[in-house]
Design a protein. Structure first.
Length: 487
């Protein structure tokens, strides 16, 4: 019989979790993001059995909160106004990365007890505007400036914004088209693959006790209807991220010594084992090939080197914003697509506050690991246009040694960005069709010019729109002029 692991007192451990999903918005008694994040924080502290007075740091994952220091507002509401406050940058990778950062500060002895939380009240805000009601803003004149943490998230220069190359729904659909062409899939095969993958996410979401959502099968996900309209071909609304929610979630993390001192029960404890972060170029266009994500590949390789076959890890949650990134990540990690790839149900079904989907995955993973002590869990975060990556490994069993954070940089620019008004012969390297409520509106394509360099370009030609959804255009020749292309 092996000796029990001696837990270093500076080992970081998650001791509390809470997930809030508000019901239908009440415009007569509206809530805001601070209300929801406060509720989540109080419930997470109650889950841990920790008093608010023990909290030294409150961190808030950046989002659409109209408050200069949302962390200070939450700290004031829970009764620890002197806590150090942190507001993170944007990016879907941030929750996993920030948890790793808090863990390293605990290891270094810089703090003992921290809460981090994310939340939005977008549904209430939308309902107020629809009812012609004023969306009030909290007074934040008395809150000081928080610590700002994380690298800035860049989503695209002005021509990318104008031409749809900044919109994640478009870029991930374009990424999907490049993956489809590279694998030799037909358009129908790629749609079936994406819908089947998302059906697995939907089934998990329907069984998620933290939120009440209905299940959709692959046919319902794939098929456009008035309630599930096409958004960016081949993605229907059900295949796209949903941030129009009233939700919040919180985690309490502390040192093992603090957990002992505060009397946290052993069955509440989930230990940090590993955090890996990686970066890529902000734009797909700057990579050698737009169907590859070098930083994600490097991070996945390191996960496999450290933890062996990832398919043997008991529970995984791959960041479920759009099918293309899940498909790519599963392949990079060597995961069977037939196994459960999420413990939450993903952004399309469960929804999440902006930048906090991986936070909700962490919260769900804590619940899952507590229910199956001794098992391992892996959570992925993904930010921007597959530009910022994070993986975290967790277990109710303590680690053999103090956990670390590894940072990998693969943001090398392998291709140049062509001038937005460039003209000439080009090759289509990725393409989608953008839809409005009335139907197809324009094609958005990533083009590689004959003389080198890439750019975003559009077409509103009906024949191009029809061709893009009926036959493979990736790899075909085109002609571009001032941002408009034709076949």
């Amino acid at each position: 019989m092996s000796d029990p692991v001696v837990v270093d007192p500076r080992t970081p451990v998650i001791v509390g979790r809470a997930q809030i999903a508000n019901g239908s918005p009440d415009v007569d008694h509206p809530v805001d993001a601070i209300d929801l994040m406060t509720r989540a924080t109080i419930e997470a502290l109650d889950d841990a059995g920790v008093a608010p007075s023990a909290v030294e740091t409150v961190g808030v994952v950046g989002g659409i909160h109209r408050h200069r220091n949302a962390a200070a507002a939450v700290a004031h509401e829970i009764g620890c106004p002197t806590a150090h406050t942190i507001v993170t940058t944007w990016g879907g990778d941030t929750p996993v990365a920030f948890l790793g950062e808090l863990g390293q500060r605990i290891v270094a002895g810089e703090l003992d007890v921290a809460v981090f939380v994310g939340g939005e009240a977008n549904r209430t805000r939308d309902a107020l505007r629809a009812a012609g009601r004023e969306v009030t803003k909290r007074d934040d004149n008395e809150t000081g400036d928080p610590e700002h943490w994380g690298t800035p998230l860049e989503m695209g220069r002005s021509d990318a914004v104008e031409r749809g190359g900044e919109m994640p729904r478009n870029t991930y659909a374009i990424f999907d088209s490049a993956l489809r062409a590279g694998a030799g899939e037909t358009l129908d095969e790629a749609r079936d693959r994406a819908a089947g993958l998302w059906a697995g996410y939907s089934a998990v979401a329907a069984g998620n006790p933290d939120i009440d959502v209905r299940s959709m099968d692959a046919a319902a996900i794939r098929t456009p209807t008035p309630d599930n309209r096409m958004v960016s071909w081949p993605y229907t609304k059900a295949m796209c991220a949903n941030n129009r929610v009233d939700q919040a979630g919180a985690l309490v993390v502390c040192s093992s010594a603090a957990a002992d001192r505060l009397g946290v029960a052993n069955d509440r404890r989930v230990y940090l084992h590993d955090t890996i972060r990686a970066s890529d170029t902000d734009s797909f266009l700057l990579r050698e090939r737009i169907d590859t994500v070098p930083g994600l590949d490097a991070a996945a390789t390191l996960v496999k080197e450290r933890w062996g076959p990832v398919d043997a890890i008991d529970h995984v949650d791959l960041y479920g914003c759009f099918p293309s990134i899940v498909h790519y990540t599963a392949a990079a990690l060597g995961l069977r697509s037939s196994r459960p790839l999420t413990v939450t149900g993903g952004l399309g079904f469960m929804g999440a506050p902006l930048n906090f989907a991986a936070g909700q995955s962490l919260i769900a993973m804590v619940r899952t690991l507590r229910a199956e002590p001794g098992t391992l869990g892996l959570v992925q975060g993904n930010g921007g246009h597959a530009a910022k990556h994070s993986f975290g490994v967790y277990s109710t069993d303590p680690p053999q040694s103090i956990p670390s954070v590894t940072v990998l940089d693969r943001a090398e620019t392998a291709m140049s960005m062509a001038a937005p008004d460039s003209s000439g012969n080009a090759t289509i390297e990725g393409i989608t069709v953008e839809y409005g409520r009335s139907g197809a509106e324009r094609a958005v394509a990533a083009l590689r010019l004959e003389g080198g360099g890439r750019l975003w370009a559009n077409s509103v030609d009906p024949s191009v729109l029809e061709a893009a959804i009926s036959r493979e255009l990736v790899g075909t020749a085109s002609r571009v002029r001032a941002g408009e292309f034709r076949l």
